[in-house]
Design a protein around this ligand. Sequence first.
Ligand SMILES: Cc1ncc(COP(=O)(O)O)c(C=O)c1O
Ligand SMILES: N[C@@H](CCCC[NH3+])C(=O)O
Length: 417
Amino acid sequence: MSGFPEFIYYDDELFVESVPLKQIAEKFGTPCYVYSRSALTKAYQEFDTAFVNRDHLICFAVKANSNIAILNLFAQLGSGFDIVSGGELQRVLKAGGDPGKTVFSGVGKSIYEMRMALEENILCFNVESEAELIALNKIAKDMDKLAPVSLRINPDVDAKTHPYISTGLKENKFGIPAREAERIYKSAHLYPNIRFIGLDCHIGSQLTELEPFTQTSKKMLHLLDSLQAQNLEIEHLDLGGGLGIRYNEEILPSISDYVSALCINTHQIKQRLLIEPGRSLVGNAGILLTRIEYLKHTPARNFAIVDAAMNDLMRPALYDAYHEILPVHKNSGEIKDYQIVGPVCETGDFLGHDRRIGLINGDLLAIMSAGAYGMSMSSNYNSRPRAAEIMVDKDTIHIIRQRETIDQLFSNEKILS
Ligand SMILES: Cc1ncc(COP(=O)(O)O)c(C=O)c1O
Ligand SMILES: N[C@@H](CCCC[NH3+])C(=O)O
């Protein structure tokens, strides 16, 4: 067993659904990201069915994985989207997503991005400051439009996650304190081109406990109550994303436990519930497939130098994040402690430390749980073309992004004449 239902060993060979990963490596080369359509679909459906009869909208956080084939799959399943840039909006449109099911988060929306989103009639802007609200009101006025808005509340709740991905503490740059938000909602008449339709929050990512979500929803309900007491009509409550996935030994609430908890915590209100999950929809549905270039043994360490690197998957280098690493063919070489590293010229370029595994040159490895914040955070550092992306559907292999070519790397650059 691999512990990942769609990535399974048969006779010591790791498969994705019905396809041996070895076949993908031979046909498309490495490194490449490989996703399971079934795992993506099941994760979405687990969210969706857990709401039972509750009016809801799941807005997939595009930043977690922005490949248009994946966005298209979620759109077909009925998903909405949470975007943070004009580029993400264009991806949603290209993928056939519905702008009317799209919310726009982020602290620094540009005038150009706001205009684009107003033109496309998105569902809602999650506004993160008064300055942004003033700018949006002005743009909407110039366009003779009403901008639908939720204020993003900073509830000052500790998400108990990595400090770089914690967003709901008062010292973080995100959202507006509840008191200030209440004052803004009450002065809605100052913003004639804004229609306040919702309340929003998002406290952080890779949360492993339900308690911070519960604490946050209590605070949001409190604010909602006081807005309603003043006859302010709020149509939806957006509770953000943040549910974690299992990377290592973490014990996590299931998707359905999480949704049930949100529904229970908010059972007394009639508003539609929105959520913005990213990682929990795609994280464990994807892997990074890589091949060992060289094994190198020094007096201090054993290194497995692979063809994927920190530019392909930056989570280990950036957050010291753990990703399980599985051999695509089990039982190959002598078992040793290996440092799994890439070819980039940085000591921080590692994919895993101290992994006890048997390896020989040329072996394939699967870096697990790489479906979220993997390809979407990749770069061309060291002038490395970005990896290909593959989606497997039962026994069919689809290439959903071609490997970048060297020519594409500098196609926008120019030598001065
Ligand atoms: C505003 C917003 N919504 C949703 C998400 C998705 O979070 P996650 O991938 O942890 O579900 C993020 C990222 O943390 C975010 O910044
Ligand atoms: N990039 C982070 C998650 C960031 C969430 C953004 N709001 C990660 O890889 O875990």
